[in-house]
Design a protein around this ligand. Structure first.
Ligand SMILES: *Cc1c(COP(=O)(O)O)cnc(C)c1O
Length: 363
């Protein structure tokens, strides 16, 4: 089975650990002797309630989440949170701060404009989002209901290497593309959200970690499904939750814990990323796109000075079994997404492939 797998560098949906897929396959049609698939179970059944609870508990354990926070399993993707966050939180003062460091944080700010006054605290658009603003360059308004940023910019390949210091202003973060990649001090945040399809589970599940005191302030017109208070009160089961995806998240969390948890994964992810960045620094034809201090450990963006050469690289790489390396159209070049599930061997093999490609070009 293993030999048929390919090194898939897709930005999302992306690779899941092979062990997880095998475990899911083994239980697909008959979950632990119940005679049915997890897909076919009532979300109110005892069997499913046990799965749900164990996944929530495991998630809390892995992320070390304090008791005054709720973990919600929602739908609608990270993109629905672009609206849900302001609808629930902006009413306090009518305004919010946004740091715009890429495509998704820009979309989040734009969506929030429908619900209040949005102040752009910092932007890295002047250099096509190749860097992350420094703490001293963040303009934080004392009147903001919250400060929103995106921890890892999936498209541009940049990642915040610090947690913004916002004083009394609640911190809200889109962690879609780096959640579970390293330890996070959840207590520094008011709210964290993430779509599952980068580092957690198949698309269709969105995880929200919210400090409980923040719920209950939604605008009166907020759809009941988009009110955090509804979801906290009903433990994410006001309606049918994305049952099967939650089960897969549970398998992924088991895998994370078997590898030693987030601290061990952080080390593994840093080593994986270093393999690629070192290779790109040595290269005479390719170079990383992001500024050094802002480089992402999850999405490695790189290019040559020739779009034709980049296209040739992407095609040859695909022939050699390294797929989905084409960069996003707004950046060009290449992007290697190396989330948790990409094995170190895959990254090492790609680095070798880059070196051999280059030798052949320069010869
Ligand atoms: C993929 C992604 C999104 C969009 O997620 P959806 O689940 O498709 O809505 C938002 N933010 C970041 C950082 C992402 O990587």
């Amino acid at each position: 089975m293993g030999s048929a797998r390919i090194f898939n560098f897709a930005a999302g949906p992306s690779m899941l650990p092979e062990e997880v897929l095998q475990e899911a396959a083994a239980e697909l049609s008959n979950y632990k002797g119940t005679g049915m698939s997890v897909m076919e179970m009532s979300h109110r059944s005892d069997v499913y309630a046990r799965i749900f609870e164990s996944v929530q508990t495991a998630f809390r354990r892995v992320m070390n989440i304090p008791n005054n926070y709720s973990v919600l399993f929602l739908q609608g993707g990270a993109t629905l949170q672009f609206a849900m966050v302001p609808m629930n939180l902006i009413g306090k003062t009518g305004s919010a701060d946004y740091a715009v460091t890429g495509s998704f944080s820009g979309k989040a700010a734009k969506e929030a404009e429908k619900y209040g006054k949005i102040h752009i605290s910092a932007s890295s658009e002047d250099k096509n989002f190749t860097y992350i603003p420094r703490q001293e360059d963040l303009e934080i308004f004392p009147n903001a209901s919250y400060f929103h940023y995106c921890a890892n910019n999936t498209i541009y390949g940049t990642e915040w290497n610090y947690v913004p210091e916002t004083g009394e202003i609640p911190l809200v973060c889109d962690m879609s593309s780096n959640i579970l990649s390293k330890p996070v001090d959840v207590s520094k945040y008011a709210l964290i959200y993430a779509g599952a399809q980068k580092n957690m589970a198949p698309a269709g599940l969105t995880v929200v970690i919210i400090r409980n005191d923040l719920a209950g302030n939604a605008f009166p017109y907020t759809p009941i499904m988009m009110d955090y208070a509804t979801m906290i009160k009903n433990d994410s089961m006001y309606n049918t939750p994305p049952c099967y995806n939650i089960y897969i998240l549970g398998l992924v969390l088991n895998w994370v814990e078997k590898l030693g948890g987030l601290k061990a994964l952080q080390k593994r992810n840093e080593e994986k990323a270093a393999l690629l960045y070192e290779c790109l620094e040595e290269s005479q034809i390719f170079h990383p796109v992001a500024e050094k201090e802002a480089r992402s450990n999850m999405n490695v963006t790189f290019r040559s000075d020739s779009p034709e050469l980049d296209a040739m690289f992407v095609a040859r790489a695909a022939d050699a079994g390294f797929v989905n390396l084409k960069g996003h159209r707004s950046v060009g070049g290449m992007r290697a997404s190396i989330y948790n599930a990409m094995p170190p061997e895959g990254v090492a093999a790609l680095a070798d492939f880059i070196r051999v490609f280059e030798q052949n070009i320069l010869r």
